[in-house]
Design a protein around this ligand. Structure first.
Ligand SMILES: NC(=O)c1ccc[n+]([C@@H]2O[C@H](COP(=O)([O-])OP(=O)(O)OC[C@H]3O[C@@H](n4cnc5c(N)ncnc54)[C@H](O)[C@@H]3O)[C@@H](O)[C@H]2O)c1
Length: 247
């Protein structure tokens, strides 16, 4: 079950965090994984860690918001599985605050990576997937793309919602051609840059399971969605959030 041998996968933004975990799980199931990141150094470090555990991974650095770079890297690559994980505000710091106080220049980064990045990768691989009769599109979304939150992330939430909607349309357009498209809406996850234990403990208390999520909670869901066994699962948004029932 869930054997990915012979499949070529790419995980975007997999140089660290959740994406690195997803790439590791896909590779452990036999996929040949391209570890993408805008940072070549991070991509190489993450791919090397997977290789050192005996699985197949290669660094493929490029910026998912750069359409020409995406086309160059992916259009002839016979990709079977795409996990659109690059997110947050992309290569920029996330600008958090009430929307009424935001400068319009602060909206572009989250929309660019979470919507245009997903469209860029999808457009580059989709025709090949349809011609070969197999494809798996998986977009890493967020609870913030499903419900409203008073935490100052409106442009990010709107961009994640757009990614979810885009997957639903890809599912409907391509279902008969063997291509599925789904989203995973994540809850509060461990963050690479956050080392404030008191904050982490406070956040963990708000989650029924009692801890923040990790790549090991998301990777197995990607393995399942990428597998032959998930052929009848498409157009869905699956919540992985430690039991947070508000989403
Ligand atoms: N961390 C959370 O609490 C949380 C919650 C819900 C959803 N998410 C989503 O999960 C995904 C992973 O989040 P994370 O916290 O592990 O991210 P992260 O910021 O720790 O890592 C993201 C990686 O993506 C790379 N990247 C950024 N812009 C890129 C681009 N344009 N092209 C290619 N690579 C790029 C970065 O260099 C980085 O290595 C994101 O889509 C995020 O929106 C995260």
């Amino acid at each position: 079950m869930f054997d990915l041998k012979g499949r070529r996968a790419i995980v975007t933004g997999a140089g660290q965090g959740i994406g690195a975990g997803i790439a590791r799980h896909l590779a452990q199931q036999g996929a040949r994984v391209w570890v993408n990141d805008v940072s070549a150094e991070k991509a190489e470090r993450s791919a090397a860690a997977i290789r050192s555990a005996g699985a197949d991974a290669l660094a493929k650095p490029f910026d998912v918001t750069d359409r020409a770079a995406v086309v160059d890297a992916l259009s002839d690559a016979e990709i079977d599985i795409v996990v659109n994980n690059a997110g947050n505000a992309g290569a920029h710091d996330m600008q958090v605050g009430p929307f009424r106080e935001m400068d319009p220049s602060q909206w572009a980064a989250p929309i660019d990576v979470n919507l245009h990045g997903v469209m860029n990768t999808t457009h580059a691989v989709l025709s090949g997937m349809c011609e070969r009769g197999f494809g798996r599109l998986i977009t890493i979304a967020s609870g913030a793309g499903v419900i409203g939150l008073p935490i100052g992330v409106a442009p990010y939430g709107a961009a994640k919602a757009a990614g979810i909607s885009f997957m639903r349309h890809m599912a409907a357009e391509n279902a008969a051609l063997g291509v599925t498209a789904n989203s995973l809406a994540l809850g509060l996850m461990e963050m690479t840059e956050v080392h404030d234990n008191a904050l982490v403990e406070r956040l963990a208390r708000s989650i029924p399971v009692g801890r923040l999520g990790t790549g090991d909670d998301v990777g197995p869901a990607c393995v399942w969605l990428a597998s032959d066994e998930a052929a009848w699962v498409t157009g869905q948004t699956i919540h992985i959030n430690g039991g947070n029932v508000t989403t």
